[in-house]
Design a protein around this ligand. Structure first.
Ligand code: PLP
Length: 405
């Protein structure tokens, strides 16, 4: 028998985590773009500014700050089952992509094919194209196209990987549809052909289980401001499997990537380990703000988060079939739970108007539902199991139904 919404909320063993964020007057279904702020982050920022910076001044570099990037990286490593010395946190996702793509193409100059799909985030293409225009003009891109703009074309992908492939480069969970690739399978196919893989985990980290060891992943990057609640523009992470680190070059050679940064050697001598991916002075305020969000996700545990996320998205999709499909909405996410990340996307001809009414309701007794709108017609609903309830999703469905009337 189907459970009621009340029952689902009562039985939710993550329900107490909302206390770490506080109640708000809106329904926030946008944690896949910008996660909510953990209350503890206020305390951390207060401590870092007033105590460590204002009082400690330069001495805080030695007593606290120099160790902080690695401490934060260790939390990310725990989340994706990497070793602590396989993760670097700093810079933006775009910059991390630049470092890894450049290094991967430079490693195998005899292989000149790069395989991508058409479901990735724009910056991922921009960075690749820029690198190719500037430094790898002989390389060719093969784009695997999705037939429905929802699912990745895994069959075509597996036949495309060849002994000419330098790099297979995609998002694990697609930012529009939330389609999720089988990373382990694609990594294995790439390895058989001697190709490297690079995954963008921005919509996966903290949302779906990622195990870089079990899936034998070569390289990955990811945002920490989405499901990991790290704050606007939070530094991003980069993962490189240990046995590749010595072989890959970081094209942005800055003093923090030197073997001995404080020796102030005029000649660059890169750190052989993951620290080679550091470039300049780490942004301590934004790095420090990452701690509370990561701690909460680690405390909740990815299997509990995944279980609730799938319950929420399956409920959403079930309601879509019953109440929204007939109102002009089209599901743009996989029906198959195993293939779905933690957001649900709907297309509608009047998505822009619906978005306006959802986010700015006419009546004072209506709650705003914050989702995001991707022109021309897409509405994305991020389901964050740490702070979203089933009742909130039920209300969102009700509003979607009402507005499309
Ligand atoms: C999949 C994906 N990759 C990369 C980015 C961009 O990351 P950044 O702004 O940290 O460069 C985003 C931003 O939303 C994203 O969704």
């Amino acid at each position: 028998m189907l459970k009621s919404i009340n029952q689902l909320d009562q039985e939710d063993d993550l329900k107490s985590f909302i206390r770490h964020f506080g109640e708000i007057d809106r329904i926030y279904l946008n944690g896949n773009s910008l996660g909510r702020m953990p209350l503890k982050t206020l305390e951390v920022i207060q401590e870092v500014t007033a105590n460590e910076w204002q009082n400690g001044l330069i001495s805080s570099w030695y007593s606290k700050w120099l160790k902080r990037p690695a401490a934060i990286a260790a939390k990310v490593a725990a989340l994706i089952n990497a070793d602590e010395d396989e993760v670097f946190v700093g810079d933006s996702t775009s910059i991390q992509l630049y470092k890894l793509i450049f290094g991967a193409l430079q490693l195998h100059p005899d292989r000149n094919e790069i395989i991508i799909d058409d479901l990735n985030f724009p910056t991922d293409y921009y960075i690749l194209n820029g690198i190719m225009q500037q430094s790898f003009q002989q390389h060719k891109v093969q784009t695997i196209t999705s037939s429905d703009q929802i699912h990745g074309n895994e069959a075509e992908l597996s036949t495309a990987i060849s002994d000419k492939t330098a790099l297979v480069y995609m998002s694990h969970v697609a930012y529009k549809s939330a389609f999720m690739y089988d990373m382990a399978r694609i990594n294995a196919q790439a390895e058989t052909m001697g190709a490297l893989t690079l995954w963008d985990l921005s919509h996966s980290a903290g949302a779906v289980p990622v195990d870089v060891k079990a899936s034998n992943t070569n390289m990955a990057v990811g945002c920490l401001y989405k499901y990991l609640n790290g704050g606007p523009g939070a530094p991003a992470f980069l993962y490189v499997k240990k046995d590749l680190q010595d072989q890959l070059l970081n094209p942005i050679m800055g003093w923090f990537g030197h073997k001995a940064p404080f020796a102030l050697d005029p000649v660059f001598d890169p750190n052989p380990g993951i620290q080679k991916y550091a470039v300049g002075t780490p942004g301590i305020l934004s790095l420090s703000a990452l701690g509370p969000g990561l701690d909460l996700i680690l405390e909740a545990g990815i299997s509990r988060l995944r279980k609730k996320s799938l319950q929420m998205s399956s409920y959403f999709i079930g309601q879509y079939h019953q109440r929204l499909q007939s109102k002009g909405y089209i599901l743009v996410s996989p029906e198959d739970a195993e293939k779905r990340g933690s957001h649900v996307s709907l297309a509608h001809d009047k998505a822009d108007v619906i978005y306006q009414q959802l986010t700015h309701p006419e009546h004072t007794d209506q709650k705003a539902v914050i989702c995001d709108f991707r022109p021309p017609n897409l509405l994305r609903f991020g389901l964050a199991p740490l702070y979203n309830s089933f009742a909130e999703i039920e209300y969102c469905i009700l509003r979607l139904e009402e507005i499309a009337g």
